[in-house]
Ligand binder design. Sequence first.
Ligand SMILES: C[C@](O)(CO)[C@H](O)COP(=O)(O)OP(=O)(O)OC[C@H]1O[C@@H](n2ccc(N)nc2=O)[C@H](O)[C@@H]1O
Ligand SMILES: Nc1ncnc2c1ncn2[C@@H]1O[C@H](COP(=O)(O)OP(=O)(O)OP(=O)(O)O)[C@@H](O)[C@H]1O
Length: 293
Amino acid sequence: MTGAGAVVETAPAKLNLTLRVVGRRADGYHELESLVAFADCGDRLSAHPSGELTLEVTGPFAAALHDAGAGNLVLRAARLLAQAAGVGRGAVLTLDKRLPVAAGLGGGSADAAATLRLLQRLWSISLPEPGLQALAAELGADVPVCLLGRPALMRGVGERLEPLPALPPTWIVLANPGVALGTPEVFRARSGPFSAAAPLWATPPRTAAELAGCLRRSANDLEPAARALRPQIDVVLSALAREAGCLLARMSGSGASCFGLFATPEEAEAAVRRLKAAQPAWWVQATPLLTGA
Ligand SMILES: C[C@](O)(CO)[C@H](O)COP(=O)(O)OP(=O)(O)OC[C@H]1O[C@@H](n2ccc(N)nc2=O)[C@H](O)[C@@H]1O
Ligand SMILES: Nc1ncnc2c1ncn2[C@@H]1O[C@H](COP(=O)(O)OP(=O)(O)OP(=O)(O)O)[C@@H](O)[C@H]1O
């Protein structure tokens, strides 16, 4: 329930459909080339007008979020926006945490981006797009793409975004084995040569099967390091790949969440039923891909 004057935003899960690590900057951050898209499931954020800035976290993954205080990305985004826009007001914020935490689905980044959108509405302000994107980049590498919120080719450390034409209708099964994995740990553990940048496709894919075919030409370069740190990822990937109709199984971001690509909701939902029965402790969801159409 949201009361009078409340505004609501969704914070969709981010998927790295491909992720190439193409270099490393002098400051230690890695240069990436990643096809990013979003799933139609995520956290929910609501806000009421108030003089103070407060945050309450609810939902299935509230307890997994160790920092619901000042360090939370929602409050950091709110303070940054208020400062940049010269706003003296606050908000009573409620975050319904439905995405697993430290899971490769960009939950915190999606929440930060949703906060920027939500509070602009609540405070009746509209920052110019470049200024807003700069605030997003200050909050985290994945926040700019979450602010864009549509399929995009992400380069640099996440600040160079090329919006893409709509992707074909596709169903996603998300699976997380219930083990957290921190992004810095995975980047530290990555070894081996950097990938070369590569074109995504000659012509945009028209079906889920064609999309899977294009994605197969790239990988998630963070997968080997993440799998070595959390062997449960191997179990998730092979379980997804065995499901009837699964066109591609891959890890998202720095893990440990993985996704399977399906052409139909029936196949995706049947896979979820079987995976939940076999692995009751996993978080498993079927959801459409947000195609950007
Ligand atoms: C792996 C991805 O999720 C792919 O979309 C992102 O690159 C990570 O995005 P994020 O979680 O928003 O990352 P940040 O919170 O900015 O960075 C966390 C840490 O990950 C490492 N990091 C992050 C991004 C990047 N391109 N290179 C890095 O080496 C850095 O050690 C950094 O201190
Ligand atoms: N609102 C938030 N939601 C989730 N995590 C948050 C939030 N605010 C701060 N954090 C912190 O951010 C860290 C990363 O959490 P998040 O769920 O965004 O990871 P992730 O899904 O692996 O992100 P990415 O895909 O961007 O690497 C955690 O250590 C978490 O405590």
